[in-house]
Design a protein around this ligand. Structure first.
Ligand SMILES: CC(C)(COP(=O)(O)OP(=O)(O)OC[C@H]1O[C@@H](n2cnc3c(N)ncnc32)[C@H](O)[C@@H]1OP(=O)(O)O)[C@@H](O)C(=O)NCCC(=O)NCCS
Length: 173
């Protein structure tokens, strides 16, 4: 069973290929720098030590962010202040060899669970994500993310949906 760990220098980032050079490059060249500076946290899905040590199957990054209530669909913006504390899922990707086998969904649920744990400690209105294209946006919509009216590639998962996704039974990878 694969495991999720905070990115460290022990993980093999060079062989990772999700099909998007920008995302591959982020993992290879930027993720650890951002981690060291407190800009984002990156978590990697890896095979258990006994299989292929340190091989990265997938990754995601989380950062704090601010949302603007008037950017949300009107039904979600009601009764919220103009400036919203939130979390940003900046990136999520699965190596091509492992795509369409349930890892992306499982990793997204893992990210949502971590955000639910953060929400128990500090106030957040929900989780934003930037999808890189229409297909990625369709992937996020499956999990309850709602596209912003002004930008269908930026989506929002309100806190109530986030908490209910987080409480679903754990799937094995
Ligand atoms: C998008 C991505 C993360 C999905 O990961 P994955 O492991 O292939 O997805 P899963 O197998 O877990 O699929 C989960 C669900 O999303 C659906 N799905 C997966 N990829 C999809 C896509 N491109 N478009 C629409 N739905 C998609 C699956 O059909 C599945 O739905 P189901 O449970 O109803 O069958 C992966 O394809 C990837 O890394 N792509 C390149 C980078 C990228 O686009 N990142 C996204 C945001 S920047």
């Amino acid at each position: 069973m694969a495991e999720v760990h905070p990115l460290s220098r022990n993980h093999d980032r060079d062989t990772f290929d999700c099909g998007s050079e920008a995302l591959n490059l982020f993992l290879r060249a930027t993720a650890r720098q951002h981690q060291d500076r407190g800009i984002s946290r990156t978590f990697v899905l890896v095979e258990p030590e006994s299989a292929a040590p340190n091989r990265v199957i997938g990754f995601f990054t989380l950062s704090a962010c601010e949302g603007i209530a008037s950017d949300l669909p009107p039904s979600l913006a009601r009764r919220l202040p103009r400036h919203l504390p939130a979390v940003l899922l900046g990136r999520l990707a699965i190596d091509r060899q492992f795509q369409r086998r349930g890892y992306g969904g499982a990793l997204l649920v893992e990210a949502i669970r971590r955000v639910a744990a953060i929400a128990a400690q500090i106030g957040i209105a929900g989780l934003f994500v930037d999808a890189k294209d229409d297909q990625a946006a369709a992937f996020y919509r499956k999990f309850g993310f709602v596209p912003l009216p002004s930008n269908a590639h930026r989506l929002f998962l309100p806190l109530s949906t986030l908490l209910s996704v987080a409480s679903t039974p754990t799937k094995t990878y």
